[in-house]
Design a protein around this ligand. Structure first.
Ligand code: AMP
Length: 230
């Protein structure tokens, strides 16, 4: 499938809402036409290189890294991948997290004669998220994610590909996770208002990615897709 109009989107959703899962499905659907940039992944990449940095301790504690640092990191990645060009389709995951970041993103896009054209909110009940996090394990070197519920490793506690041990993300423990959820809830409402005022906000509700993904695909296809035969 191909895009008739470039998609310039952000996805909002509580930590553990399944943004990564649905976005990797969407990227597969649109193969090399859609680039996803995740602020959390960018930070984890940096932390891998410098595990004792200030950023590592902020992320491990569930707080937000300072806006200026985060904004530079996102814009640098956009420049590297040439995503500010008119013809590029992209989806931002985890950024912006607050209205100040949203304003900076808008003004940078405007400067490039561009603007966002879709904001998607994933609305998943908190009980579902908390249960999911309890069961989430990762293979740290590759970023592969396992769930004891619906995607368990073939051998308990071991990565399917390398056989190396699985671990928990340092910010996935119960106390830190509760704090991340609380912070998300506090900051997302003003952000939703900001985008709803621009008529960009679409909310998709559901308990699992099997329910959410088809709705997401339909929304994107309706707004941006040209069937190949056209
Ligand atoms: P995520 O993978 O999106 O849940 O992000 C993991 C952690 O990275 C968050 O709990 C924050 O500490 C940090 N982080 C991610 N995105 C941002 C952002 N846009 N602004 C500030 N901190 C962020």
């Amino acid at each position: 499938m191909s895009f008739a109009t470039s998609l310039r989107a952000i996805i909002l959703g509580a930590p553990g809402a399944g943004k990564g899962t649905v976005l990797s499905k969407l990227s597969r659907q649109y193969q090399n036409q859609l680039t996803t940039v995740s602020s959390g992944d960018l930070l984890r990449e940096q932390i891998k290189h410098n595990p004792s940095s200030e950023i590592a301790s902020v992320v491990a504690s569930g707080r937000l890294v300072p806006n200026n640092l985060m904004i530079d990191m996102i814009f640098n990645r956009f420049d590297q991948l040439d995503l500010f060009s008119q013809d590029k389709s992209w989806l931002l995951d985890g950024f912006p997290r607050n209205v100040n970041q949203a304003i900076d993103l808008d003004s940078r896009l405007l400067h490039m004669n561009n603007s966002l054209n879709l904001v998607i909110e994933l609305d998943v009940p908190y009980e579902v998220i908390l249960n999911r996090i309890k069961n989430r394990y990762i293979h740290q070197p590759s970023g592969r994610i396992y769930s004891l519920d619906y995607n368990p490793p073939k051998v308990p506690g071991k990565d399917d590909v390398t056989g190396e041990p699985l671990t928990k993300r340092p910010d996935d423990n119960v106390e830190v996770f509760a704090q991340r959820l609380e912070l998300y809830t506090e900051l997302v409402e003003p952000l939703k208002d900001y985008y709803a005022d621009r008529d960009l906000l679409h909310t998709i509700s559901g308990d699992s990615s099997d329910i959410i993904y088809p709705q997401l695909l339909k929304l994107v296809e309706k707004k941006f897709n040209t069937p190949l035969e056209q």
